[in-house]
Design a protein around this ligand. Structure first.
Ligand code: ZN
Length: 312
């Protein structure tokens, strides 16, 4: 009886410790911010400060991916926009390259795309130096990595030559649709609708993480270090704390980009159907590479119809 009780508690302990080992890196794209045309500095500052405050509060070693085109106003470098990136760096958060103008690698030539990558580091490379950091990660716009293995390989080689590592995503989602819908409600001053969208957003993201956990389990028979993609927008400024709370309740601790890609899962090869004209989670790419079909993806949570409608 005692032996059974000990075995049971050991078992519970190992389940608990397994839960405690869940790890997630939070990455924020399209810095300094996605504004939907509301370009007052005050608004961009509100978004930036709220995100940073939540990183501090929940000990999230976040990374933000910059589009340098957004540092220009009327063709001139806008120092106020650069100051927003400095807020990230001053507070100890990393930034990475997300190209200058956010092109899709599927729609432009290799030459054009790589030129845009280098144009996208003109300001940020010296800026991170000032904070004794390195510019070392690259995030593909629209998660388009190249639609053939050859296109992808040449990109990876180019990145390595310029001291970049690719930043994959395991938890892809449509936060940008919720963000657009939320902004529409915000502009109307409709607090009630904003709150409804916010609550549905947190629920949707909870379903997403469960779905990609299940995906990782069936592909790797273990939890992987998850990498979440979010954007620097108002809904995340207002709800990242609730998201962080939810992830913590699910047993996650937050880790850096460098730590996350140490997971050997990210060395998995993408091949065959893993390549195509689409921007998807790396988990989906690995699943497609292994010949997984429709049923494998059937539980992927969908964005509610009313959000899609509002975001149109
Ligand atoms: Zn982006």
């Amino acid at each position: 009886m005692i032996k059974q009780a000990i075995t049971l508690s050991l078992c519970l302990l190992s389940i608990l410790s397994l839960q405690a080992q869940k790890e997630m890196c939070i990455t924020i794209d399209d810095l300094p911010a996605v504004t939907y045309g509301k370009n007052e500095q005050k608004h961009l500052l509100e978004i930036t400060n709220a995100l940073i405050q939540t990183f501090d509060q929940y000990q999230i070693p976040a990374i933000g991916y910059v589009n340098e085109r957004k540092l220009y106003m009327d063709g001139q470098v806008d120092e106020k926009r650069i100051a927003l990136l400095e807020l990230w760096l001053e507070n100890g958060y990393e930034i990475g390259n997300h190209t200058f103008s956010h092109p899709s690698y599927d729609r432009v030539s290799f030459e054009e795309f790589t030129k845009d990558i280098l144009k996208g580091e003109k300001i940020t490379r010296p800026l991170v130096k000032k904070y004794n950091q390195e510019l070392r990660f690259f995030r593909h716009p629209y998660l388009r990595i190249g639609n053939t293995i050859e296109r992808h390989d040449s990109l990876v080689q180019f990145l390595a030559k310029h001291h970049y590592t690719e930043a994959p995503v395991s938890i892809d989602n449509e936060d940008y649709l919720f963000a657009k819908a939320y902004f529409v409600a915000y502009k109307k001053g409709d607090q009630e609708l904003m709150q409804k969208i916010g609550e549905d957003y947190v629920q949707y993201m909870e379903n997403k993480v469960a779905y990609f956990e299940q995906s990782a389990d069936s592909l790797f028979q273990r939890p992987i270090k998850q990498i979440l993609l979010l954007h620097a927008n108002l809904i995340n400024a207002h709800y990242l704390d609730e998201l962080a709370e939810m992830y913590q309740k699910k047993g996650y601790r937050f880790i850096s980009q460098a730590d996350a890609i140490e997971d050997p899962a990210y060395q998995s090869k993408i091949y065959g159907q893993g390549y195509g004209p689409w921007g998807i989670s790396w988990l989906d790419r690995w699943a497609l590479s292994r010949g997984k079909k429709g049923t494998f993806f059937k539980d992927d949570p969908r964005t509610p119809e009313y959000i899609q409608e509002l975001a149109r």
